[in-house]
Unconditional design. Structure first.
Ligand SMILES: Nc1ncnc2c1ncn2[C@@H]1O[C@H](COP(=O)(O)OP(=O)(O)O)[C@@H](O)[C@H]1O
Ligand SMILES: [Mg+2]
Length: 344
């Protein structure tokens, strides 16, 4: 495996907001790295500190303590002129797109190049058109943002971000104002850009489905602290922190919360080694016993099948033992759930 280069290194990053005698530790002693070329997710509930954290990554927010290195450079040590230069490599998109409504799409995409005095006017136009092509909006160059759908507006914002040839794209709830179909389109586009341009992408979201769809790794933030970090498939199959379990719970259960009191229930985690359907079919074939599937949620994460199933086994102890013997014999991740499910 090739050595992964760290594009961001955060060490003990803390941000305290002070209002009178009140102190809010919006980011509290957070340390992690982001690797070049990956899609890195940061998830947490509203108020967890995600936006503050992502704003520290381009020094829109000055940190109270700790260090942030971008491409081996300590951001805090940069003069304002150096910072301006470095920021050209760090693009950002937002939930509400931040487009200039009175300017055409093309003008919007050209704006950062114009401000940075990058390229000639003609070259800026050419570059902006290329960027619009990447996001599939070349036909809309002369349109105004008001004439576009939300998804198209976010595409313009992405084209504008790409125009400066950034090393990293920070996305703060970039799909939160979009309906599910447009969300999917934007996420697919981001993944495509990540692969084609080898652009590092940092995704801030409160939605697990966003993380699941495109992220390679994810950090879970709770009350300003890093609760858990890891590969997406790892967090989805074996969440350790209560914050991760809490965020995954509605995702796994869907709209069918269930009560397992008075039942013997087991969780089977599928980790990509075994397909889900044959396990249950083979179980029934091998034991002649039925199990009741209370909840099943399997999906493709990072191109591999993952998921979990919660099954109720027969009450009859003899039948139960047959079922358990079989499940133990096939080398599968199996754990008994005690009483009411609260840990996924
Ligand atoms: N400029 C600010 N001044 C004071 N408190 C702030 C400021 N920005 C954010 N906060 C507080 O920091 C905490 C984290 O906010 P934020 O980073 O916006 O969370 P998230 O993006 O996860 O919803 C919240 O308690 C919020 O009220
Ligand atoms: Mg936020």
């Amino acid at each position: 495996m090739s050595e992964k280069k760290e594009i961001y290194q955060l060490e003990h990053v803390t941000k305290v907001f002070r209002e009178g005698n009140n102190e809010v530790r919006a980011v509290d002693d957070v340390s992690f790295s982001i690797y070049e070329g990956e899609i890195f997710g940061i998830i947490g509930m509203s108020g967890a500190g995600k936006s503050t954290l992502v704003r520290t990554l381009n020094r829109l927010e000055e940190i109270t303590d700790g260090t942030i290195r971008f491409d081996d450079v300590n951001l805090q040590e940069l003069s304002s002129i150096q910072l301006r230069k470095v920021r050209q490599s760090i693009a950002m998109i937002f939930q509400n797109f931040n487009l200039m409504m009175q300017k055409t799409v093309l003008d919007n995409v050209m704006a950062p190049m114009r401000i940075a005095k990058k390229l000639s006017r003609q070259q800026q136009r050419e570059k902006a058109k290329q960027m619009l092509e990447i996001v599939g909006l070349q036909e809309k160059a002369e349109a105004y943002p008001a004439q576009l759908s939300g998804g198209q507006r976010q595409r313009v914002a992405i084209a504008r971000a790409l125009a400066m040839d950034p090393r990293v794209l920070l996305c703060d709830e970039a799909t939160s104002a979009l309906d599910p179909k447009m969300t999917d389109e934007i996420l697919t586009l981001l993944k495509d850009i990540n692969r084609r341009l080898h652009l590092t992408i940092v995704i801030i979201t409160h939605e697990m489905k966003v993380i699941e769809k495109i992220c390679d790794r994810v950090a879970i933030i709770e009350h300003g602290k890093l609760a858990e970090i890891g590969a997406v498939e790892q967090i989805f199959t074996e969440p350790q922190s209560s914050a991760a379990k809490h965020l995954l719970l509605p995702f796994i259960q869907g709209d069918n919360p269930f009560d397992m009191t008075d039942k013997r229930c087991f969780r089977i985690v599928f980790d990509g080694r075994k397909a889900t359907e044959p396990v249950i079919a083979n179980l029934v074939k091998a034991t002649g016993e039925e199990v009741n599937i209370l909840s099943a949620n399997t999906r493709s994460v990072g191109g591999v099948g993952y998921g979990q199933m919660i099954v109720e086994i027969p009450e009859d102890p003899v039948k139960a033992e047959k079922v358990l013997d079989y499940l133990h014999s096939i080398d599968i991740n199996l754990t008994e759930i005690e009483g009411k499910e609260e840990s996924l």
